[in-house]
Design a protein around this ligand. Structure first.
Ligand code: CU
Length: 383
């Protein structure tokens, strides 16, 4: 009997945990989301396989700059490029350009116009009033002190009036604010290269887009390029201008920027696109430099600082102040930010980036070489 009781008791005791666990079985499952939420709130990795949470890998070496999709600006047909039947100055984007345009439109043009009309009127008056037929006996006047003083002093005063704003503007152009960004501009026969020494010293090779590859979003004919010079709007951009072969000239009319690119010499200029004037601004080489002088256009794209950082990342560069990337190679999977941004850079490059474009109008057997040779390696003109 006793053994039967013992057996029964043992059976009940053995069954109890099973029953208990069977009752409480759903409880842990119900508690799981709460636990997961608590874990997630605490920053702990969530171990439940049912809810895979993509935890971003954040390492100290990786810059914390988000990499938004790179958006290339479409050119504005009214600003930053020539217009049909246009003959005046282009709309000026920079402050220097606006000052210079004011100097031209308000100071120089009115004075020149008034002087020209005055001289023309005087000539006509003399021709009619003192013609031989009306004056059989010519006047013998040789001096008039009053009029001599006037025609000496008036031009001096006029020159002084012009000199004051002119010298002010000149000084302003040669006293740039502290540069936020330096770009080395190198002229080549016949394309431009842009180096970004502040951003990992990468280089962009900019060739004119061939007509069959160009879309309206790239820009006008003979001005659209495969790779634009990208700058942040609002930043003071210092340009170090030089050349690898012959004299070129870097000119962007909407910025009032023009600087000769001379082999073996570093010229300096600067521009500042206001922060609200993002867009694309075109220019051309402005020094006769050889057969394809007309086919080395300039395109500057002013973007927001965020877009600029993304563009820099897409080129494998770094932003100053940011921790250096683990691997500056854009194609390396070791830097997810740059790798993610890289495909987004593709849409603009309708031609292969850096590839020379061929122009059917020029019979050229050897395509222009695209070199990454920097100006520092320039041996200068041949001895
Ligand atoms: Cu040139």
């Amino acid at each position: 009997m006793k053994s039967l009781k013992t057996i029964l008791l043992a059976a009940i005791l053995a069954a109890a945990p099973a029953a208990l666990s069977a009752q409480s079985a759903p409880a842990p499952a119900a508690a799981t989301p709460a636990t997961a939420a608590a874990n997630a709130a605490a920053g702990a990795p969530v171990a439940t396989s049912a809810t895979p949470v993509e935890t971003p890998v954040v390492s100290a070496a990786q810059p914390a700059v988000p990499a938004p999709a790179i958006r290339h600006y479409a050119p504005n047909p009214e600003v930053g490029q020539p217009v049909e039947r246009g003959f005046a100055l282009q709309p000026q984007v920079t402050e220097i350009g606006q000052d210079a345009k004011w100097m031209h439109n308000v100071v120089l043009m009115p004075i020149i116009t008034v002087i020209s009309l005055l001289v023309l009127a005087l000539l006509l008056w003399v021709m009619v009033r003192y013609r031989a037929k009306a004056n059989p006996v010519p006047s013998r006047t040789s001096h008039n002190t009053t009029i001599e003083i006037i025609w000496t002093l008036l031009p001096v005063l006029l020159l002084l009036v012009i000199a004051v704003p002119s010298i002010k503007l000149l000084a302003k152009q040669y006293a740039p604010p502290k540069a936020d960004l330096t770009i080395k501009v190198i002229g080549n026969q016949w394309y431009w290269t842009y180096q970004y020494p502040d951003n990992g010293d990468f280089e962009v090779v900019s060739n004119m887009l061939a007509e069959d590859k160009r879309t309206p979003a790239d820009g006008p004919r003979l001005l659209a390029v495969d790779e634009r010079m990208v700058v942040p709007a609002g930043a003071v951009v210092k340009l170090i201008v030089t050349s690898n072969d012959v004299i070129h000239s870097f000119a962007v009319p909407a910025f009032w920027t023009k600087m000769d690119a001379v082999p073996g010499r570093l010229n300096e200029t600067w521009f500042q696109v206001p922060a609200d004037k993002t867009g694309v601004y075109f220019g051309q080489c402005s020094e006769l430099c050889g057969a394809r002088h007309a086919y080395m256009p300039i395109a500057v794209e002013a973007v927001t600082p965020t877009q600029f950082a993304a563009w820099i990342a897409s080129k494998g560069g770094t932003m100053p102040g940011a921790a250096p990337a683990a691997n500056p190679d854009a194609t390396s999977p070791a830097s997810p930010a740059t790798a993610a941004a890289a495909p987004a850079a593709a849409p603009l490059a309708t031609g292969a980036p850096g590839a020379p474009v061929s122009d059917p109008t020029v019979n050229e057997t050897a395509a222009p070489a695209t070199t990454s040779q920097g100006a520092t390696q320039n041996t200068g003109p041949a001895q």
